[in-house]
Design a protein around this ligand. Structure first.
Ligand SMILES: Cc1ncc(COP(=O)(O)O)c(C=O)c1O
Length: 401
């Protein structure tokens, strides 16, 4: 079966945040949704639900919870009971609820910038303290690599006079596209165990693993849920997943927390109840179709498409954007571009985000919003038809010329 990821779908005059935020002559490659249609089984399931005509309150039924649990086993050999799965309206809501469940006021939340901006503010809603353990960056020519700096990680634990209550992990990492290795995950988990820190692991991008070589969706790295490393680690972990990024249904607001520790599960469910985190019924419908296996061929083809876009982007940056450096993301559709040298050489005036918005009419994400290590960077979303990506890169090149 073939899937058409080159079809241009007009999103102007929809209520898309991505396409509505900037004037019409701006090409938006910022917020993390894709300009690609959701897989057909998802669309068909939604059509059937719409035809029924009644949109009452719904609960996540047994089949859905079993489907989520079976997917963890199929993908990672991680066996969890369907009873450990909690439906949530999204991953941001999920980690906010996690912080409220496991931390008491004045405790710390450890995060690893540069990181998805809502990670940097979750402490505010629960009177907590943010503790930064910045990732370490190295470069090989124009290619950027990111690593966990274990010394920084240890230093951040219990820093700033606060006892760390929760480590908020982003794996695969946004914006660097890094997929953490077994070794890194084990070392971070051991530090959390030694220091009695809960782990909340945001794994929303985990099914979007990219290939290793040009135009190749095969041979992608392996995602390891941190909770699958062992029972003791699972005992202190809240894992968050969702169909939203993978199957491009983020506006349907549905995700899942998986919590194998029975006491933690009970406390988390209470928080979810207190926060009135009710899930959209169409989101549950989409999740069932997305995780059922019926969309897996589509997903394999999507990964090939995204791998192709990534390789195209990296190749152009290396060849035609002298002075710019870029990650080669192992997962998801976000590239992280270092423009600092272009700023220093005065080829970019203002911040790179402002420059590309004004001079190229391309909207990217402002690097500074991702915390330490984000200055002079922009994040680019390549989850789109190749033509859109080509057009954006042309415009950016012309702005720099
Ligand atoms: C790492 C990460 N977590 C969470 C979210 C948002 O999740 P949700 O829309 O389910 O709250 C995103 C969206 O880009 C993300 O990249």
């Amino acid at each position: 079966m073939t899937f058409d990821f080159e079809r241009m779908i007009d999103r102007t005059n929809t209520n898309s945040i991505k396409w509505h935020q900037y004037p019409e002559d701006v090409l938006p490659l910022w917020v993390a949704d894709m300009d690609l249609a959701a897989p057909e089984p998802v669309q068909e399931a939604l059509c059937r639900a719409v035809e029924h005509g009644i949109f009452g309150y719904e609960f996540p039924n047994k089949v859905l919870l079993e489907t989520v649990a079976a997917r963890m086993d199929n993908l990672y050999g991680w066996q969890v009971s369907p009873d450990t799965v909690v439906a949530i309206p999204g991953v941001i809501a999920g980690f906010t609820a996690a912080a409220r469940t496991v931390c008491t006021a004045g405790q710390g939340i450890l995060v690893q910038p540069p990181v998805y901006p809502p990670f940097l503010s979750v402490h505010k809603s629960s009177a907590l303290v943010r503790q930064d353990a910045p990732l370490r960056m190295t470069a090989e020519g124009a290619r950027l690599h990111y690593f966990v700096d274990m010394d920084m990680f240890k230093e951040a634990v219990h820093s700033g006079g606060a006892q760390t209550g929760m480590f908020l992990l982003c794996n695969p990492q946004n914006p660097t596209g890094q997929v953490y290795s077994h070794d890194d995950l084990t070392r971070m988990a051991e530090i959390c165990q030694r220091n009695n820190i809960y782990i909340c692991s945001d794994e929303i991008h985990s099914e979007l693993l990219l290939g290793e070589g040009p135009a190749c969706g095969q041979g992608a790295g392996r995602h390891i849920p941190i909770a699958s490393l062992g029972l003791e680690i699972a005992d202190r972990t809240i894992t968050l997943i969702a169909p939203s990024k993978t199957f491009n249904v983020p506006g349907l607001f549905c995700g899942f927390a998986i919590i194998t520790n029975q006491d933690l599960l009970k406390r988390y469910k209470e928080t979810v109840e207190q926060m009135s985190l009710h899930v959209n019924s169409l989101g549950l419908t989409a999740a069932q179709a997305a995780f059922s296996g019926m969309c897996d061929d589509w997903l394999a083809a999507l990964r090939v498409h995204l791998t192709g876009n990534r390789d195209f982007l990296v190749d152009i940056v290396k060849r035609e954007f002298k002075g710019m450096r870029v990650t080669v993301p192992e997962a998801t559709y976000l590239a992280w571009l270092d423009c600092n040298e272009l700023v220093r050489a005065s080829r970019i005036t203002g911040t790179p985000y402002e420059f590309f918005l004004k001079k190229a009419k391309v909207a990217l994400n402002e690097g500074k919003a991702f915390g330490i290590g984000g200055d002079g960077f922009v994040r680019l979303n390549f989850g789109c038809p190749r033509k859109t990506l080509e057009e954006a890169l042309e415009r950016m090149k012309a702005a720099l010329a």
